[in-house]
Design a protein around this ligand. Structure first.
Ligand code: FMN
Length: 223
């Protein structure tokens, strides 16, 4: 499965089979988490068989049931932590999807105080992503339209359109899709978000999706 196929196939999955993540997939995901931590300056942790924050096995906290593994999003408690968690965490999510591992970002439906993740002084456990084999593959979310989130002329370049369309497939908290992308000049893109719960995490996720959709075309992020 390519990364773009993973973007299309990924939907939030909230009910999981009682099955640990396959050893090979877990080893590959650990390597990906390590690489993302090194590149992004985070301390994300792949937590296998730690169901306590989700109420233990065969139980349900919020909308989630039978979560035994998750990605703990930990990093220095600075202003940009949420956006960084979104950006780097979504890489792990899509690499998991490529390996048949389903996911659901979790801001509220868990008990972070019960997590075995290591959080050092000066760090924050921002949120989690539940990981596992779903009882179902999930389903596509309702989405805003391109024109609702894009600030660009009608003849915007193809790479910009593809970037926005890919961002519209990204997960966002309560499906709020509060991100916006503006074309600045011929090759600049400004990303912004309105306020909302975990909106900065959503922005990081959406920016990663935009990069995937826009591809290698010559463009850059501008403030
Ligand atoms: C930052 C963030 C936090 C989320 N928190 C929760 C949560 O606490 N509980 C939950 O059931 N879903 C949560 N979700 C999943 C969203 O509801 C879901 O991504 C959205 O409805 C879009 O659906 P999709 O992921 O299937 O595309 C969260 C998603 C994001 C991005």
């Amino acid at each position: 499965m390519t990364i773009m196929e993973a973007v299309q196939a990924r939907h939030s999955v909230r009910s999981y089979l009682d099955k640990p993540i396959d050893a090979q997939a877990a080893a590959e995901l650990r390597a990906i988490v390590d690489a993302c931590n090194a590149a992004g300056g985070l301390r994300m942790q792949l937590m296998l068989d730690d169901s306590a924050p989700f109420g233990g096995l065969l139980s349900k906290v919020g909308w989630l049931s039978n979560v035994r593994s998750y990605l703990a999003l930990v990093g220095a408690d600075e202003a940009d932590l949420d956006e960084k968690c979104g950006y780097w965490g979504e890489r792990v999510v899509l690499e998991a999807q490529r390996r048949g591992v389903n996911s659901c970002w979790v801001g509220g439906s868990w008990k972070p105080g019960r997590s075995a993740a290591e959080v050092r002084p000066g760090e924050r456990l921002a949120l989690a992503v539940a990981l596992g084999y779903g009882r179902n593959p999930g389903k596509p979310h309702k989405s805003k339209a391109y024109a609702d989130v894009a600030d660009a002329p009608g003849n915007a370049p193809e790479w910009f359109r593809r970037g926005v369309e890919c961002a519209l497939l990204a997960p966002t908290a309560i499906n709020q899709q509060k991100f916006r992308f503006a074309l600045v000049g011929a090759d600049g893109v400004r990303a912004a978000t309105d306020n909302g719960p975990f909106a900065k995490v959503d922005l990081g996720i959406a920016k990663y999706h935009f990069e995937l959709g826009a591809g290698e075309a010559h463009w850059q992020w501008v403030k």
